[in-house]
Ligand binder design. Sequence first.
Ligand code: PGA
Length: 260
Amino acid sequence: MEHSATPEVRVLDAAEAAVPFLLQELRAVALSSDEGAEHRPLISFATGGTFTAFFRALDAEIQEGRLDPTSFVGTHLDEYMGFEPERAGGMVHELTLRCPPLRDMIARGSFLPVPCHGAEGSLRAHEERIERAGGIKLQLLGIGRNGHVAFNEPGASFDEGFHVTALAESTRADAKSRFVPDQPPRRAVTAGLRSILGAERIILCAFGSDKAEAVATMLQGEINGTCPASALRTHKNVLVLLDPAAASNLDADKAADAIS
Ligand code: PGA
């Protein structure tokens, strides 16, 4: 693989400490906004339990007037195949439920939902919209127990844009509770690793012991598609925020340089 740039890794006292940190990063990007709507910075959100507390706090930030939702454009990483924004279980539904101002942003056209039907033309058009918006300034990311980022499952190519993919069985098992009594979908539309690596800055958060193995492989294993998150080590501006449980499998000697 290409040249590897070690991400900055911070181990926080607890997962909650990530919330003010993420809000600060988001605010800094939003404030870097140029004049003129087409220059508002594009921020791409991640979904999942890792970011629940963050979205509640983001909701409060916007509702209480501390963050202007017109100061940035939003988007997100992935969507279950065929899940329109209002369909429960879907990613956009989750985002708007946790942070209702994002619904207004969709209505105003300042939040770009991932095309949920996965038609090739719509995916290329989505990529072009991202490009026209100046690319993604800040990308938030979680990580799956199997090392996936977005829905780039083990075996994923580092060189794909937005595409339709099959979900790994462990990913479907982890998503079970959001679809009860139905079965989790088998396919999704996802940002590829090339799309993710195109962001100017990436912040990956991982909390809890379930993520410890994937985090260690991401940071200290081989850089290849077996652990898709390892692709982040080829990017020069990545911050990894961990709680002590998620950091617990890191090799202390190797980690010493990276952890601040
Ligand atoms: P989680 O999912 O935040 O629900 O753990 C993260 C992921 O699978 O990327």
